[in-house]
Design a protein around this ligand. Sequence first.
Ligand code: GLT
Ligand code: MN
Ligand code: MN
Length: 388
Amino acid sequence: MAAYEPQKSDKFTFGLWTLGNPGRDPFGDVVRTGFTPVEMAQELGKLGVYGLNFHDNDLLPFGASVGEHDRIMAEFKKALDDNGLRVPMATTNLFFHPVFKDGAFTSNDPQVRAFAYQKVMYSMDRGAELGAEIYVFWGGREGAEVDASKDAVTAVKRMRDAINFFCEYSREQGYNYKLALEAKPNEPRGDIYLPTTGAMLGFIATLDHPEMVGVNPEYAHETISGLNFYHAVAQAVDAGKLFHIDLNGQKVGRFDQDLRFGQEDYKTNFFLVRLLENSGFQGMKHFDAHPLRTSDRDDALAFARGCMRSYLILREKAQRFDADPEVREILAQIHAGDAELEEHLSGYSQNKAQALKGRRFDPDALASKPLPYERLDQRLFDILMGVA
Ligand code: GLT
Ligand code: MN
Ligand code: MN
């Protein structure tokens, strides 16, 4: 097996909107022809990709007839089969059409909310037809610029009503969906409700079927506001709620860049990949990114290969780091445990509380214990840079 060659077992996926993106931005027009769904299946099938994900309208044009949708579905299914691909995740576009300009589930207008519910149900049907097991909700328009226009408590209640509704719909239809909520702090709205992965985790606990709902954290979305994505994902892992993940690249404080995975902040990506690998994450590693606006179609394929290659290189670096003698020696030193104390610190009892209150500590001695973090972090740098 050639080095860093993606395998099906790596479970790498791409959204239809990634290579489908023709490079338009708020200031400039299309720069290349985006890949059609069938072209994406043909090209990515050759590269060891596991599957393709889509919004209803990435595949099925908004407002087209059922007959037209059936024809497109048949053509897409054939392209998937011919190229050994699956559709593990589906989602709904609730942000592009002007009807959603002031939100979908959180719109003040019950007709808009009802239309959004209808659109999601049809899209869940189509996703299930293609075998999708994860249904993502990204509420790009669920926010506000003018807080006087919407009550923020009501907005969260409406989000809850919607997610509860779709859990029941999925159960009743006998679909195998797990729902994955994707947070983003802003863009395209000035502020988006439930802005972080942590906020989503708190929200999930208030749902009727919390066991059906988890998160789909995105690197760019946590990073855009300067948060540590590795920490956000760690909390989701701890909660058993990491159902899916969106990998890409982003600089802090910029617009939503959706860069190639690995393009920015190698260290955070390193800890992210190490966490995904060492925690036994079984879900899809979905690249939710766009080729640069400067890319032509050939370079767009280099982008797709690059996302996967960077992941596989970081996976190898993680193994190297974990096996490195100097790293192991430092970690053994700083993680040295104390079995008796650990026992006192987990699980309350009156006896433990009394024992802890009566125990003598030497804070000065504790404070003088060496913490060679400079050495440790430099060792990581050397490993990442390929300096033995
Ligand atoms: C859109 C957004 C992504 C979401 C997609 C799913 S749509 O491309 O920028 O982060 O994951 O709705
Ligand atoms: Mn995303
Ligand atoms: Mn994004």
